[in-house]
Write a protein that binds this ligand. Structure first.
Ligand code: GLC
Length: 476
């Protein structure tokens, strides 16, 4: 089976969030299982030099972006068993960031057209073309409505993965002609229109042969007005081709028994090293060193999605308990400021690093006891799985991928892999934290059992990629 996988971000080359992690890990896992996989990405000039130096020029051609004629270079890199193709154009990708420009629509259009035309130029015609989020969601539409005359492309089956339905790519309908060189008929009919805008995500939903989200619960939730961001109706209509597949995490990079960021390795059979990591973390964050006090942590983008308005409501209350709190992340300036203020008031108990730091993130996963993830909505979420792998029990709002990955503590059976609350209210968040603290203090044996259960739950891509293989097979 031949697979073309494309996304607008991909670790370790460039990423802003979970989409990049998934695009970095899933193709590798699929290739290992024998799927002939290529990954197609934009060639951003800020890709680290060590990768750029290894890239080979494959070909170049002129691409029509509406009335524009643009240079389109194709570069190739073989890395960790996977073949990557990069689409090169300095005008579109010679920028400081991935997203956030006035001409993003044009940049996405160029990239998507290039992906399609490239297949012919490098003679790689996939059985499955897998696109991710709205940046690449126009591809299924384009294949059907613009490239239907290319015989080779007729048998290609398309999959759209929705990592976050809140971002949809909404642009004026004139973009269809101006950027894609297609007419407005399908727009006028309504198939790709929403609220009088061209909607990339909706187009993907309507035209892909299959749509999936990154957890089974989120696949259900987005069919409701509460979570569907306006697309719930079309998702209900397309229900027969919608499914949910839980993401995995990278087990090589997230391995407590072999992680260079840790001061001592540990595993489910022997957790002694975890206490050393905790003390090292306390020292690093300028908190009193004490392996007994429960350490609550956050590693996240500081956004509304992640539920920080809820946590901020409760944080000072939580700090009245005998706990410590550490936070790592950047995001909405209002949240950054609010956390800065609170930690300044409790220097003996709370510390925050308002930055992006992958090494410190690993130290926090390893060195803390409870990992807070009260997301308002969460398509999948990766950090709660990483935390569990490091024996740090997550406290989660039981929705989306959080519900599908964390088994909330059951006080009757003493089983679980974390703590959960259902109603999105500060009171319930605090109750869940209190429940965690109680087990931590009163029942160390139970606590250790929960840690072991969390650490040995299988979140590897190795396992979860099989669901994608099954899906691809069903489509052929
Ligand atoms: C998005 C979602 C997150 C998910 C990630 C990878 O960032 O918000 O929940 O884990 O995509 O699929």
């Amino acid at each position: 089976m031949k697979l073309l996988y494309t996304a607008f971000e991909c670790a370790p080359f460039f990423k802003t969030g979970g989409l990049g992690d998934v695009a970095g890990a899933l193709p590798k896992a699929l290739q290992k299982k024998g799927i002939e996989t290529i990954v197609v990405l934009p060639y951003f000039t800020f890709i680290p030099e060590r990768f750029k130096n290894e890239c080979q020029d494959v070909t170049a051609f002129t691409l029509e972006v509406g009335w524009r004629k643009q240079y389109c270079g194709i570069k190739r890199l073989d890395f960790q068993g996977v073949r990557y193709y990069f689409i090169d154009n300095l005008y579109y990708f010679g920028r400081d960031r991935i997203y956030g420009y006035d001409d993003d629509a044009e940049r996405f259009a160029f990239f998507q057209l290039a992906v399609i035309e490239m297949m012919g130029k490098i003679a790689f015609i996939p059985d499955i073309l897998h696109v991710n989020d709205y940046h690449t969601a126009m591809i299924p539409f384009l294949l059907k409505e613009k490239y239907h005359w290319v015989d080779n492309y007729q048998a290609i089956r398309t999959v759209l993965t929705i990592h976050n339905i809140e971002f949809q790519g909404q642009y004026g309908p004139e973009m269809l002609g101006d950027l894609f060189g297609v007419g407005q008929r399908r727009y006028d009919e309504g198939a790709i229109r929403w609220h009088n805008q061209l909607n990339f995500m909706k187009s993907g939903i309507a035209y892909a042969n299959h749509i999936n989200t990154v957890s089974p619960s989120y696949a259900e939730e987005i069919k409701t007005a509460e979570f569907g961001a306006g697309l719930e109706e079309i998702l209900r209509m397309e229900n027969q081709k919608l499914s949910g597949i839980l993401n995995g995490i990278d087990y090589e990079m997230n391995n407590p028994s072999d992680d260079p960021a840790l001061v001592a390795p540990f595993d489910a059979a022997d957790l002694t090293g975890k206490a050393l990591n905790k003390v090292a973390l306390q020292k690093l964050m300028g908190l009193p060193e004490n392996s007994k006090v429960p350490l609550l942590s956050v590693v996240s983008r500081l956004t509304y999605q992640k539920g920080f308005h809820l946590l901020l409501e409760e944080l000072e209350h939580l700090l009245q308990f005998d706990v410590q709190f550490v936070l790592l992340g950047t995001g909405d300036p209002r949240f950054e400021e609010a956390f800065r203020k609170i930690v300044a008031r409790y220097p003996e108990k709370a510390a925050a690093k308002i930055t992006f730091d992958v090494t410190l993130a690993q130290k926090i996963y390893a060195g803390s006891d409870l990992f807070l993830m009260p997301s308002a909505f969460e398509p999948c979420g990766l950090s709660q799985m990483i935390a569990m792998r490091y024996g740090t029990l997550p406290v989660v709002h039981e929705i989306g991928g959080l519900k599908d990955s964390v088994r909330p503590f059951n006080p009757i059976t003493n089983q679980g892999t974390g703590f959960g609350f259902e109603q999105f209210r500060g009171f319930y968040l605090t109750e869940a934290v209190k429940q965690g603290l109680q087990v931590y203090h009163d029942s160390p044996n139970v606590w250790e059992k929960l840690q072991q259960a969390a650490m040995t739950t299988d979140f590897s891509w190795e396992t979860s990629c099989q669901n994608y293989i099954d899906l691809y097979n069903r489509l052929l």
